[in-house]
Design a binder for this molecule. Structure first.
Ligand code: SF4
Length: 405
């Protein structure tokens, strides 16, 4: 639920804090020894002793990232180094911080050709769900924070998002192109329970008949069933629920604050029964961890009313490489090596990949096998490849008649 181009569309300079956000004067860095080990990770896994020393009794339960990576844009950052790495883990009890601000824009143009939509809007920056593989982590650096724990703990709230959307849609040149809600971070993450900005955005879309696609890993979407049902009748909304695994032990550590797979199926069931066109996103598939679950996920989603589907293949760009490596070796010390090398094999020897057309799917025999399964089971369960099918013909501004074609 993230794309890197969104950040590129932010009006502020990379690393520059937005007005009204809380400035970060220092970024905590784990002790030098451990950081060096993590930095080496793409080629050589950290030694076992290091793993034991940091994993036992020192894990941030309820968080995906286990430390803050350096922000590549902060030239003058000061860092705090600990001789004993265990000091850092006390930060796990820091509650999530909501940073409210008035934003300048809410709709971003997506430049990536392999994302599936041209525009996105994200009422929240950062995501408390804390998925360890999340591509949006790197985007948090543009806001002046770290892609690690900061991404999960410091959430920027764009308080005026609905007002900005209204202004945007009023522009006479806007042509009702579908907008992705959650193009970068999850619009139904826990912050939504307090701020209801996604609700506000949907109400504006409903008023203008603006088509919108939603992607989420949270069952809070059910709170908006009434407006979604209304929009579905007009064909201006489709939603995807992201499911990566039925293994609860894996979900709890990989996507710690998301809804369980069972609840996600309930969301698909309830909203599809209410007439909302529902899909399932399997993102990302990770060789050696969850790629074998694809058929089961597709079948369960189809059984519950999903009619379309999509998937992505793991890639580890920017700071995610270090965060994921640390997480992988702490949680799966016995087969972390294998998983790591399978990811490398799927991206031409690297774990990161920026090549359009390849980066989201990977290449090589594992990636091919996943692609074949996707095709085969999509056909078997009658689920089209990602197809939002949104009605762009009834858009209207208040006081206008609407399009006549
Ligand atoms: S739900 Fe997970 S993958 Fe999606 S934006 Fe939040 S942290 Fe990232």
């Amino acid at each position: 639920m993230s794309n890197e181009s969104t950040a590129a569309n932010n009006k502020s300079k990379p690393g520059q804090l937005q007005q009204d956000s809380v400035p970060v004067k220092s970024v905590t860095v784990i002790n030098k020894e451990k950081e060096d080990a993590v930095q080496r990770g793409s080629k050589v896994p950290p030694p076992e002793g290091d793993l034991e020393g940091t994993a036992v009794g020192s894990y941030h339960h309820g968080r995906g990232a286990q430390f803050n990576t350096k922000n590549r844009f902060l030239k003058n950052e000061s860092t705090r180094e600990h001789i004993e790495g265990i000091d850092d883990w006390e930060e796990s009890n820091i509650p999530t911080q909501y940073i409210e601000q008035q934003s300048k824009t809410i709709v971003n143009k997506i430049e990536s050709k392999d994302v599936g939509m041209s525009y996105s809007m994200n009422p929240y920056a950062g995501c408390e769900h804390g998925c360890i593989y999340c591509y949006a982590r790197n985007v948090h650096e543009y806001w002046g924070y770290s892609a690690g724990l900061d991404f999960e703990q410091k959430i920027i709230i764009k308080k005026n998002a609905p007002q900005l959307l209204r202004k945007f849609l009023m522009h006479p040149k806007w042509d009702a192109t579908p907008i992705m809600l959650s193009g970068n971070t999850d619009c139904y993450q826990p912050a939504e329970q307090k701020f209801r900005l996604t609700r506000g955005l949907l109400e504006v879309c409903n008023e203008f008949n603006q088509p919108v696609g939603i992607l989420t890993k949270n069952s809070w979407i059910l709170k908006d069933k009434d407006v979604l049902q209304d929009m579905a009748k007009k064909g201006i909304v489709s939603a995807m629920v992201s499911i990566t695994s039925f293994n609860e032990d894996l979900r709890r550590i990989m996507e710690p604050r998301t809804t369980t797979a069972k609840q996600k199926l309930k969301v698909i069931n309830e909203l599809s029964s209410a007439g909302v066109r529902m899909g399932v996103m399997m993102g990302p598939m990770i060789p050696g961890l969850n790629e074998h679950e694809m058929q089961r996920i597709m079948k369960a989603a189809a059984d519950n009313g999903a009619t379309f589907t999509a998937y992505t293949f793991i890639r580890l760009n920017g700071a995610i490489k270090f965060l994921f490596h640390d997480w992988l070796f702490k949680n799966f010390p016995n087969h972390a090596d294998k998983v790591w090398h399978l990811i490398e094999q799927s991206h031409d020897g690297q774990v990161n990949d920026t090549r359009f057309g390849v980066r989201m799917r990977g290449e090589g025999h594992i990636a091919q096998m996943v692609a074949q399964q996707y095709k085969k089971y999509g056909k078997l369960y009658n689920m089209n490849a990602e197809e939002w099918s949104l009605n762009t013909n009834i858009f209207k501004r208040p006081g206008e008649q609407g399009k006549l074609f």
